[in-house]
Write a protein that binds this ligand. Structure first.
Ligand SMILES: *[C@@H]1O[C@H](CO)[C@@H](O)[C@H](O)[C@H]1NC(C)=O
Ligand SMILES: *[C@@H]1O[C@H](CO)[C@@H](O)[C@H](O)[C@H]1NC(C)=O
Ligand SMILES: *[C@@H]1O[C@H](CO)[C@@H](O)[C@H](O)[C@H]1NC(C)=O
Ligand SMILES: *[C@@H]1O[C@H](CO)[C@@H](O)[C@H](O)[C@H]1NC(C)=O
Ligand SMILES: *[C@@H]1O[C@H](CO)[C@@H](O)[C@H](O)[C@H]1NC(C)=O
Length: 252
């Protein structure tokens, strides 16, 4: 049973690795779709040499509509059309790419939720207690999301993640002497959106020592101060003199 489960998990993980965010290639065209927060959609294409140095035109239709609407906002690469940006949220999309009158690529009934990229968290705020912090941000009006806060000190190699289904996450066991980096993002849940979605961009990194916001966390590795070195040196010299005196007294 355990083994079967393990195999299933492995298959799911591998499947995820293989399908995740790979542009789809067909008929000399490769396509990438990004749906920004159910507000705007960007369809991007790369073409093989066969179609290079040609302006492709993009036609689309939402939900049941046929792809009759011409793109009104192209994005360009080296002066040629390379993408189209348009308003579309949780819709189905049918689109086609044409070179002059020839159709070079078509896709029907794409569920745009499969390509969701949520907005990055806004209004991120920190409430400190002794050795814990609660990080909150504004929840997006979209279900099926997970909020992720990562933190690390300069002694940590890796970012440490904490997640929750609402943006209210408490992180315990922090050292009040240490300065920590924090960053936040929003990810989609695989069970709801599948594996081709994108995480949001990271929020800007902030630095905190206890409940104080700092500009950076660079000042932590302490070199012993000159005063410290002086005291230790004096102590060592003092001990050596003492030992010498004892030795002299014994041998006298
Ligand atoms: C793809 O490119 C090849 C040449 O590299 C061409 O013969 C073929 O017709 C192209 N296919 C499409 C659908 O444009
Ligand atoms: C197009 O090619 C660039 C560079 O090779 C790559 O980064 C990008 O993901 C490709 N986009 C698509 C839609 O295939
Ligand atoms: C492609 O479209 C762009 C923008 O409309 C235009 O500047 C460029 O000259 C076009 N290239 C060709 C080969 O038609
Ligand atoms: C930011 O958070 C505060 C409370 O934490 C809330 O009153 C305010 O409306 C939020 N602003 C936005 C833009 O969500
Ligand atoms: C976060 O959760 C805690 C306890 O679960 C609650 O006391 C607090 O009011 C919440 N904060 C926000 C901003 O929702």
């Amino acid at each position: 049973m355990g083994r079967v489960l393990w195999v299933c998990v492995t298959v799911i993980l591998l499947g995820n690795l293989m399908t995740s965010r790979e542009p789809e290639t067909r008929d000399n065209v490769s396509i990438q779709i990004i749906n920004f927060n159910f507000e705007r959609t960007h369809v991007k294409w790369n073409v093989s040499e066969y179609l290079a140095e040609k302006n492709l035109t993009f036609f689309y239709g939402l939900d049941k509509a046929s792809p009759s609407q011409q793109c009104s906002h192209y994005t360009f690469d080296h002066g040629y059309t390379a993408g189209c940006l348009f308003k579309a949220g949780d819709n189905r999309l049918t689109f086609l790419l044409k070179r002059e009158e020839d159709e070079v690529f078509e896709r029907r009934n794409v569920r745009l939720s499969r390509y969701l990229k949520p907005s990055s968290p806004t209004n991120v705020s920190f409430t400190w207690r002794e050795d814990s912090v609660t990080v909150t941000c504004s929840d997006l009006p979209i279900s099926g999301l997970t909020y992720e806060i990562q933190h690390k000190s300069i002694f940590d190699q890796k970012w440490l993640p904490n997640t929750n289904t609402i943006c209210n996450i408490t992180i315990d066991g922090l050292d009040s002497e240490k300065c920590y980096f924090f960053r936040a993002r929003v990810i989609t849940r695989m069970a709801i959106y599948g594996s081709k979605t994108y995480p949001s961009d990271w929020s800007t990194v902030t630095h905190w020592r206890r409940n104080k916001l700092e500009d950076s966390c660079t000042d932590i590795i302490k070199t012993p101060s000159p005063k410290y070195v002086y005291i230790i040196t004096s102590l060592v010299v003092f001990l050596m003199v003492l030992l010498l005196l004892l030795f002299l007294r014994k041998s006298a």
